[in-house]
Write a protein that binds this ligand. Sequence first.
Ligand SMILES: C[S@@+](CC[C@H](N)C(=O)[O-])C[C@H]1O[C@@H](n2cnc3c(N)ncnc32)[C@H](O)[C@@H]1O
Length: 190
Amino acid sequence: MDAEGWDERYADSELVWSGEPNVFVAAHLTGRTPGAALDLGAGEGRNAVWLALQGWDVTAVDFSAVGLEKARRMAFDAEVELATVVSDVETYTPVTQVDLVLLSYLQIPDEHQRRLLRRVREWLQPGGIVLVVAHDKSNTVGGPPDPGVCYTLDQTVQALEGLRVEVAEVAQRQTPAGVALDTVVLAVRD
Ligand SMILES: C[S@@+](CC[C@H](N)C(=O)[O-])C[C@H]1O[C@@H](n2cnc3c(N)ncnc32)[C@H](O)[C@@H]1O
């Protein structure tokens, strides 16, 4: 879906996703030392705002201006600072290296995933981490109908070659419709 499609989707409802962070984001990032963080495809900001509440200095990037407007509102309500950048993640480059890059359900085609993740490796400070949480290609519960924008463990880990992989699993996520399957990869730049 393009930026216009996401703008329409976000304009249609109060919150498309919940205001709570994704379960794997919270599980893998709780207790980590905060620093500079990038949330790529941040949408309405549930993860970005949660990270800011944990003390991270967060920049939320998304090509949906409507989504990011909602993220700013969520940050205001939570009384945290949030920088937002309306941009296609595929052309975005941060001005300085960061301590965390998060991709949470960023639905882009395989080759685009690979290109972006290879660039992300260069954006990390030593000790910095990248966390990818995405609909796995094997998932049949919720998520986009097009498996072409879903992820696999192999492709994700391969694109992050050179980083130390701490977590690589197809994780089960309970939803009202059943158990969804997510690719979850966390890798560290040593
Ligand atoms: C499924 S939503 C996930 C939102 C958020 N990460 C979360 O977990 O709640 C996907 C988001 O990625 C954004 N997105 C998709 N492709 C993008 C691209 N090429 N550049 C920037 N944002 C993109 C969409 O606008 C949308 O907000």
